[in-house]
Design a protein around this ligand. Sequence first.
Ligand SMILES: Cc1cc2nc3c(=O)[nH]c(=O)nc-3n(C[C@H](O)[C@H](O)[C@H](O)COP(=O)(O)OP(=O)(O)OC[C@H]3O[C@@H](n4cnc5c(N)ncnc54)[C@H](O)[C@@H]3O)c2cc1C
Length: 316
Amino acid sequence: MAARAGIPLEDMEFWQFHPTGVAGAGVLLTEGCRGEGAILLNSEGERFMERYAPTLKDLAPRDFISRCMDQEIKEGRGCGPNKDYVLLKLDHLGAETIHKRLPSVYEIGVNFANVDITRDPIPVVPAAHYTCGGVIIDRAGRTDVPGLYALGETGFTGLHGANRMASNSLLECFVYGRAVAQHIGEHLHDLPNPRDAAPWDDSQVTDSDEDVVISHNWDELRRFMWDYVGIVRTEKRLERALHRAELLKSEIAEYYSNYHISNDLLELRNLVVIAELIIRSAMQRKESRGLHFMRDFPGVNEETRDTILTPDTMNN
Ligand SMILES: Cc1cc2nc3c(=O)[nH]c(=O)nc-3n(C[C@H](O)[C@H](O)[C@H](O)COP(=O)(O)OP(=O)(O)OC[C@H]3O[C@@H](n4cnc5c(N)ncnc54)[C@H](O)[C@@H]3O)c2cc1C
């Protein structure tokens, strides 16, 4: 909505991945597991974090661990029939400790992976967890459009920089929630009334018998974003992803103009805009910093610079 309204967005390339999402379920296992002593294993049974971080091992920062897991999987040491996850092993902690210290993890194992973690390791993959970037707002949550506020994960507050500490959503929720409420309370009467939206005209569109286009494009978007724009990026991968995003965007626009809308279509139409914002932001950052890791530019530039996308840069 903000991008379509021409409001600038900042640092959309900084996406945090949580290392231990239950494979295929998208539910997260707390990092407290590794805090208690759980370890990650690849298909060779190797505790691979010892190789990447000999001192911290499985207690290395979450973005670093996610990158290592991604590398293990991409280099063919993933587990399962498709070699697309690694394993989190907890059984050595003992059933008593698990039930006492990690009861919800035990429940998640049973309910979402059909695994008893007191006996067997549980399949995990990094899962998209948080975007540090977003719609540029001031300290009162105001955007460039009078009367339009943004807060929470949607807003770019600058609180997180290029990475994010765990549980900072609480900070956003309390601090910005209060600031926005206060500002609206004080200025409600000065705010301009929003313009009336044009009446929705669907007299020229028909019902689609091609709903498969939506599910197909959704899968394709998810797949290329994971493969090309996920945890480790390269210029080539980003170019490929942009090309595909543009194709999908035009296909979705055509579908949107010709057929009755549905929730899925609207969500897909929004997702492709977000995907393009992430790709274009990532292409602008020629370095590896925080959550943005580019194999072609592994170092950090001396000069720090924000990535700001405006309608002009969006369309280039
Ligand atoms: C699996 C997972 C675990 C997490 N764990 C933690 C944690 O432990 N600690 C922490 O600090 N952060 C955590 N985070 C991050 C945190 O949950 C989010 O940053 C936070 O919930 C964002 O809050 P929000 O209000 O901005 O957005 P949301 O919580 O996403 O709320 C947005 C709301 O808007 C609604 N909505 C969307 N579109 C429309 C529309 N068109 N019209 C009307 N309503 C709409 C949605 O239904 C939703 O209710 C986690 C994130 C994930 C994915």
